[in-house]
Write a protein that binds this ligand. Structure first.
Ligand SMILES: Cc1ncc(C[n+]2csc(CCOP(=O)(O)OP(=O)(O)O)c2C)c(N)n1
Ligand SMILES: [Mg+2]
Length: 387
């Protein structure tokens, strides 16, 4: 399709008259795009989209709600543990529960999850223990040993690098012709990194079985999304890589699970990757080392609480599933018991040995590191410490 357009070749302002030297030419629109926004359950707990098939399985919505509640109880406890000196720095996921649980629930057990550092909901759905998370943030690498999902990757703090690992893993699955997919998360800030674009490009070029979920929580530590990028949506960053990009209400667990499941199905059928921008809000500080009140308006946070993810799912369960105050109270008590048990496991774990800090980096440890490892062991023993 050709559109008439004016091409300006020069302009000058002389006195009160403006001379514009221009010629008319023809331009062709070679690409256009639109970004879809997916939502099933609105902030008031009203269904605004068709109910996906998974909601028909008995108790499935309740299962999602139960896990989202557990994540929140766990999260509060983890922050308290850090405040009382029993945990290192911790990254809260307060407000992200729908995105994490929705994405985790959409995956198959043998898919590969490549997390960042706060996707506990997806991990718990896949069987990772709460004690693992505590061990990790307590500085113990054994937290990264996932009994139920050994193929999943470890937490990844260097921003955006996990997207390259994920693309690599997806490439391996494709080369092996396995009908499995990789799902990775990335933050809104992470999408400014070069690694992210490299991963997207490779995924598009090789049609990899990869689903990238951007958790747009509006903040990258103290940098708001408006200062992070000039793009209207983060989903459209996919377009340049030749892959579909879509937005979803990241506080709507049903919408997230539905769109992630559709994208995984496509990837499994050999139809390539998808970028999903899940729009949510970081209700917490960035980590326990941060104080967001120094750079964020209290009113913004207050407004975000009105559209948080648990409220609306609870409302739906009350309206349609016979959820009651008594059930809610029993759930909270059960979550507290489960979290306390995980804390006990964590606190009673024998400390790792000093030399274990050298493990888990190289498949074959270089001689230089082997020497240092031995030295650390000897020094520790000489000073009466084995851990
Ligand atoms: C390569 C790299 N640069 C900087 C940092 C420091 N850092 C840690 S978290 C973070 C912000 C990430 O924001 P976003 O991607 O939006 O994720 P969120 O923490 O909001 O989930 C930064 C800059 C890092 N970990 N890695
Ligand atoms: Mg962010």
């Amino acid at each position: 399709m050709y559109n008439r357009a004016l091409i300006f070749t020069g302009a000058a302002v002389t006195g009160r008259r403006r001379h514009v030297d221009c010629r008319e030419t023809l331009v062709r629109t070679v690409a256009e795009f639109a970004i879809r926004y997916h939502q099933i359950l609105d902030p008031n707990g009203k269904l605004v989209g068709a109910l996906p098939a998974f909601t028909r399985a008995a108790g499935e919505l309740e299962r999602m709600y139960r896990l989202m509640t557990l994540v929140r109880v766990f999260d509060t406890k983890a922050v308290n543990l850090q405040r009382t000196g029993k945990l290192g720095t911790y990254a809260s996921c307060l407000g992200h529960e729908a995105t994490h649980v929705g994405a985790g629930a959409a995956m198959r057990a043998d898919d590969v999850l490549v997390p960042v550092y706060r996707e506990y909901g997806a991990q718990f759905w896949r069987g990772v223990g709460m004690a693992n998370v505590l061990l990790y943030w307590g500085g113990d690498e054994r937290g990264n040993e996932f009994e139920q999902s050994k193929q999943d990757f470890a937490w990844c703090v260097p921003i955006a690098t996990q997207t390259l690992h994920a693309a690599g893993a997806a490439m391996a699955l494709k080369v092996r012709k396995e009908a499995r997919c990789v799902l990775t998360f990335i933050g809104d800030g992470g999408t400014s990194e070069g690694a992210f674009y490299e991963a997207l490009n490779l995924a598009g070029a090789r049609k990899l079985p990869l689903v990238l979920v951007v958790v747009n929580n509006q903040w990258a530590i103290s940098v708001p999304i408006a200062e992070q990028t000039a793009t209207v949506t983060l989903a459209q960053k996919a377009i340049a890589a030749g892959i579909p990009g879509v937005q979803v209400d990241g506080n709507d667990a049903l919408g997230v699970r539905d769109i992630v499941a559709q994208s995984l199905d496509k990837a499994r059928a050999g139809e390539g990757p998808t970028l999903i921008e899940a729009i949510t809000y970081r209700l917490s500080d960035h980590t326990t080392s941060d104080d967001a009140s120094r750079y964020r308006e209290a009113d913004e946070v207050k407004d975000a609480w009105k559209i948080e993810p648990l409220l609306r799912l609870r409302k739906l369960l009350v309206d349609t599933g016979g959820w009651t105050d008594a059930k809610e109270a029993a759930l909270k008590a059960d979550c507290a018991r489960q979290v306390d048990a995980a804390v006990e496991t964590y606190l009673n774990m024998p400390k790792p040995s000093i030399e274990s800090m050298f493990d888990h980096v190289f498949a074959r440890m270089p001689a230089r590191l082997r020497e240092q490892r031995e030295q650390a062991r000897r020094n520790g023993a000489a000073n009466g410490h084995s851990h």
